[in-house]
Design a protein around this ligand. Sequence first.
Ligand code: SIN
Length: 512
Amino acid sequence: MTETNTGTETTTDGETADVLVVGSGIAGCSAALAAAREGADVLLLTKATKPDDASTDWAQGGISTTRGDPQSLKRDIVDASDGTADPDAVDALVETADDAVEDVLVDTLEVGFDESDDGSFDYTREAAHSDYRILHVDAATGTHILRPFLNHLDDHERIEVRQDTAALELITAEGRVHGVVSDERSSGKPIYAGATILATGGIGALYGRSTNPADATGDGIAMAALAGADVEDMEYVQFHPTAYAGEDPFLLSEALRGEGAVLRNGDGERFMDEYHPQGDLAPRDVVARAVETERAETGEVVLDVGPLEFEVDYPGIAAKCRDRGIEGEKIPVAPCEHFLCGGVDVDKEGRTSLDRLYAVGECARTGVHGANRLASTSLLEGLVWGLRAGEDATGFDPEPVEAPELRNRDPDLPERFAAEKFTRLTQTMDEYLGLERNPEEIARASAVLRRLKGEVDAYIRTRTARDLYELRNASVTALLIARAAGENTESVGCHYVATDPDESTAEPPADD
Ligand code: SIN
C-alpha cells in the first residue's frame, strides 16, 4: 500500500477481468454477451438484488424494429426529437436494429413476443410512430426480455454476474480507465479490467415521481463525469405523459394510446387535437406539456381505456389499476420523469472520451434521441449499443495500477443523513428542473445543489456507505442537469424554457 501526494491511500490488491460491465439491464447484458462471444472473460457487477431493480424489467410498450424500412423509423426518430437527433447515430441504430433483435432476442433468448392468429408477430404502435413496428409481450415486454437474458448469462461459462455489488469509483491513470473500486470490502475493492463498460441506467431517483426503479441514481454518469469523461445533453430529461396521477405512480404505456385509448380533460373532452396534428399520438414532450396544462385548467386528465380490451390485452397494467383501487375505464394520469436522453457522450461503438471506458444504455448519450426520445427505442438502443460496445471492448489486458483505497474511518452516518439530503435533492429537481424551467429557477436549483453536494462530499471522504455514494452520484448528476439547463436558453424537445414565470406549461392550443 502507498500514500499518494493527495493523501489518498491506494492499493493494487484486487481482482481482474478482461471486460468489466457495470449494470444489469438490457444494455449491460448485451455488452456482456457480445464480449463473451469474442472470447473475453466478463465480470458483470450489479447493485441489483433482483431483476426488477433494473429499468429494463419495468419497460412496458416494447422494442421497436424497422420492419424492413430503416428510413421510415429514422424519420420518426428525428421528427420526434424535434430535428435534434444525430442522423449518423440514428443510422447506426436503424441499420443493425432488426439483425440485433433477431439474433439476441428471437434466436438466442427465444423471447415469446406476441403473435397474431396466423403465427406472425403482432406488432403494436406507440406515439409518433408512423407504423406498427413494435414487438411486445402484452405491455410487460421488459420483464420478458430481461429474465431470460439474466438466465442466459448465468449459464454462460465466460460470464460471472455478481449481484448486490456497487461500483463506487473508477480507477484511472493518465486518461485511461482501468476498472472500478467496488463496495465488496469496507475500504473498497479494486477490480481491474482491460475495458470497463458502464450500463448503470437512468436518473429517476432524482425526482419525486418517476417510472424508474428507486435505485436509478445516475451512478455511471456521475462516476464518469468525476473521472473527466464528457457528458452531453443533460438538460433533456424526458417526462412520460401518462403515469398514474396518484401516490406511487406507475406507467400507463403509450401502447394503450397506440391501440386506441384517448386522453380526456376534467370536462370529459378530448383535447390533444388542439395541441398537435398527431393528436393523442403526438411526440411525448408535446403530450406531457399538454396534459400538465389541461390538469391545471380543468382539474384532471384521464386516460380513457374504454376503446380497448383492457383487461384481456393489458393484464399487467389492469392488475396495477386494481391494486390501487382504480375502477372503471378512466385512469387519472399526470406526467412523470421517465428517461434521460443525455448522458456520457459516446461514439458508435459506445466509446467515451476516456480510453477503455465505454457507456451504453440510458447512462450514455449516443445522439439517437436528441432532445426527445421516440417510444420503444430505449430497449433497442441498449441492445444495439451494448452489442457494439461489448465487441469493441475486447482484446485489452487489465493493468493493475494503483487504485484509491476508500476511507471508512467513521462508518456511522448521522441517522437519516442520506434520506434527508435525498429529499432536499428531489424537491429541488421537482420544483425547478421539471417539465418546465425558467432561468431564475435553474439558477436557484444550481445554488441549492452545489451546497448539497458540498455537504455530501465532506462525508464521502470518511465513509464508504453505498447510500452515501448514491447520494453523491445523484447530486453530481443533478448538478450536471442544472448546468446544462442553464446553458441552453432555447426551448427544444423536453427542455422547455418559460421566460415568463407565469407562462403556461404548454404551447398555446393551435387554434387560439
Ligand atoms: C411506454 O410503454 O409508454 C414506454 C415506452 C418507452 O419509454 O419507450
